[in-house]
Design a protein around this ligand. Structure first.
Ligand code: SF4
Ligand code: SF4
Length: 189
């Protein structure tokens, strides 16, 4: 008799737990979904919601890059390769290439921190998927670009003023988040 009671009790517990589980399952039919259909059913691009200090795919503004090589030297895994040549006639130095292998990059931010002008910085972009890993090497120089020379007393070239400001603002907010003023080398001669 005791065995029969135990047997029936087991069946009742089994039925009860099945109903309990199914109740949770069916409750999701009427709940608002937690998932979001990305990327086509969101109110605005995720990139626009990311903070300035988000470490997305690196970008370089060659117009304000001094060619100091600090970013190349500091990168722990040699993602950055920079080439500079002197024009024998004009005696001006120009970039031959500035490449970043974002496939290798670990987004540590060290290169952006040491840049004196804020020319290399993390963007808000994170969608880098592609079929060919070779296309993950970003080339920022397609034709020789002269090195930027920061001016004493601040930039005066109207084409560069905003770019310098953007770079220094980035440095202040990314590399020195505690509000220490100034992105260094912008005042070198
Ligand atoms: S974020 Fe880090 S790993 Fe990536 S290029 Fe800069 S220093 Fe190198
Ligand atoms: S100015 Fe910035 S981006 Fe240009 S070489 Fe120096 S550290 Fe790199």
């Amino acid at each position: 008799m005791r065995e029969l009671i135990g047997y029936i009790k087991n069946i009742m517990e089994t039925v009860a737990t099945i109903f309990e589980g199914m109740a949770i399952t069916f409750s999701h039919l009427v709940r608002r979904p937690m998932t979001i259909q990305y990327p086509d059913r969101i109110e605005k691009p995720v990139q626009e919601t990311l903070p300035l200090r988000y470490r997305g795919i690196l970008e370089v503004d060659m117009d304000i890059c001094t060619g100091c090589l600090a970013c190349e030297r500091v990168c722990p895994i040699t993602c950055i390769t920079i080439g500079i040549e002197m024009n024998k006639e004009t005696k001006q130095r120009a970039f031959t290439h500035f490449d970043i292998d974002i496939c290798k990059c670990m987004y540590c931010g060290l290169c952006a921190e040491v840049c004196p002008t804020g020319s290399i910085r993390h963007s808000q972009e994170f969608e880098g998927a592609c079929y060919n890993p070779a296309s993950l090497v970003r080339h920022f120089v397609t034709e020789p670009v002269l090195l930027y020379k920061p001016k004493k007393g601040g930039e005066t070239d109207p084409r560069l003023v905003t770019k310098v400001e953007v770079g220094l603002k980035y440095l202040d907010e990314f590399a020195t988040p505690e509000g220490k003023a100034g992105g260094a080398g912008a005042e070198e001669g």
